[in-house]
Design a protein around this ligand. Structure first.
Ligand code: ADP
Length: 459
């Protein structure tokens, strides 16, 4: 067997274990193949056939429930040892931001492809992340300054911040574990609701309060940091098209943003990354208010679902950079090498039924046509006859397009989605095309409340 080498000639991993499933597992496998790295995919019993399609070796690690398979750290580490993997790529979700898992990997002698455990611990607690960001001089919204222990403490923090406030789980993620509160009367029940939901979902019921911004845009910066102190940003994304705090359409660059705003945003993210000793690929997330002022809200220590839009405008393969960084190589790009060209959009196609309140709809894909043509990329794991399992998130595929400008990118995305058809399971394709056609989206005048205003807040 040949030993894979990094482009600079340094030693590279021979085998990487992919501790994930679905589109991101396939995405990681593709870059590994290009780097000459052997891949091992671990999978639950329902994902066997998909894993076998893209990986060199597959190892079954447990039954469908995630906590017994994709969250089963001992089984994954055992699989890594069995397969002779030198590194684990955790993808997003599951164990990707778990400091205990990162540490267990290192203890087992397997490289965790992600930030070091102490960085994960620090940024994974949103209150510590806010404090670190504020200490590094990043603007943050008025907040409770730490977690609040009970409804009374929440009350006094809210009085100081001023309503509306948002109650958030310190360990929250994925748009879950938060509630917007307009009046003091609603606060005790919101506090109890978020706290108990967070304890159940994240195993950590601690909550904090933050000023809620009504007409916010969600903007974020992709950064890369190596083990040698080099940090670069790859420009900014706008992810304001959201439903229930979850992103549906993402784009890069931020439409309509003055160059100096994007520059300040990127500079803030790099400063934040340096301040915590960040290593790996990461995202610093901000809310942009209607006066054009940005506020840091959190950092994500993993590859993100929306990373392809950044890849399209910069030409940088972010998964490749993650692997090279983990292998100890210095970044292959300097800040001056990064230019953002044209505009890219990503639409997330979910197996959900918009006519039934976006109910997740697992089932069998009977017929499938995926889009193609110039500057269209599809990251997905769909196949005719595939059973979409009920146990995991409903993301089926991401359609990503690039064009010289945003107007053409929107037209290209609409054309691509028009070519795309899935029968057997309902999808959000038609709904996404409706958003693309909306004048507010065209004018980039939408905030994070835009989708809910279209479908009604309860949908
Ligand atoms: P998660 O980690 O669950 O993704 P975030 O803190 O990133 O949570 O917030 C997700 C989304 O919730 C944001 O993109 C935004 O739409 C909304 N949100 C969060 N905090 C605020 C806030 N202070 N004001 C207005 N909207 C907010």
């Amino acid at each position: 067997m040949t030993t894979a080498t990094a482009p600079m000639g340094e030693r590279m991993f021979g085998t990487i274990l992919i501790a994930n499933r679905g589109e991101i597992a396939l995405r990681i496998a593709r870059t590994c193949r290009e780097l000459g790295i052997r891949t091992v995919a671990v999978h639950s019993t329902v994902d066997r056939s998909t894993a076998a399609r893209f990986a060199d070796e597959t190892i079954q690690i447990g039954p469908p429930p995630a906590r017994r398979s994709y969250l089963n750290a001992p089984a994954i580490l055992q699989a890594a040892l069995q397969a002779g993997a030198e590194a684990i790529h955790p993808g997003y979700g599951f164990l990707s931001e778990d400091p205990d898992f990162a540490e267990a990997c290192e203890d087992t002698g397997v490289t965790f492809i992600g930030p070091p455990a102490p960085v994960l611990a620090r940024l994974g607690d949103k209150t510590m992340a806010l404090r670190s960001a504020a200490d590094a001089g990043l603007p943050v919204l008025p907040w409770s300054g730490g977690t609040v222990e009970n409804a009374a403490e929440a009350g006094s923090a809210a009085a100081e911040i001023g309503f509306p406030v948002i109650v958030k789980a310190a360990a929250g993620g994925g748009g879950r574990g938060m509630a917007v509160v307009d009046t003091a009367r609603e606060l005790p029940s919101a506090f109890a609701r978020v706290s108990s939901a967070a304890a159940a979902v994240f195993g950590d019921g601690r909550v904090y309060l933050e000023k809620y911004i009504d007409k916010a845009r969600h903007v974020e910066v992709q950064i890369l940091a190596d083990r040698h102190g080099n940090v670069v940003h790859l420009g900014a994304r706008d992810c304001s098209v959201q439903r229930r705090h979850q992103k549906l359409i993402e784009e890069s660059p931020i439409p309509g943003a003055p160059a100096d705003l994007t520059e300040r945003l990127c500079e803030a993210a790099v400063r934040g990354a340096r301040a915590v000793g960040y290593v790996g690929a990461g995202t610093f997330e901000f809310l942009l208010d209607d006066e054009g002022v940005f506020h840091f809200i959190e950092a994500n220590c993993r590859i993100q679902v929306e990373h392809p839009v950044t890849e399209m405008v910069t030409g940088v393969d972010i998964v490749r950079e993650q692997i090279l960084i983990a292998a100890g190589s210095p970044l292959s790009i300097r800040q001056d090498d990064v230019t953002v060209r044209g505009a890219a959009l990503e639409c997330r196609i979910n197996a959900e039924d918009p006519a039934r309140g976006f109910l997740p709809c697992p089932g069998r894909v009977e017929r499938l046509t995926l889009p193609g043509g110039p500057f269209v990329r599809v990251d997905g794991y769909l196949d005719q006859g595939l059973d979409v399992p009920a146990q995991y998130d409903s993301l089926l595929a991401k359609v990503v397009v690039w064009a010289p400008d945003r107007r053409q990118a929107i037209a290209r995305m609409d054309r691509a989605l028009g070519e795309c058809s899935v029968s057997g399971v309902p999808t959000t394709i038609g709904f996404l095309r409706g958003i693309l056609a909306h004048p507010r989206f065209h004018a980039a005048e939408h905030s994070t409340a835009f989708v809910e205003s279209l479908i009604g807040a309860d949908a």
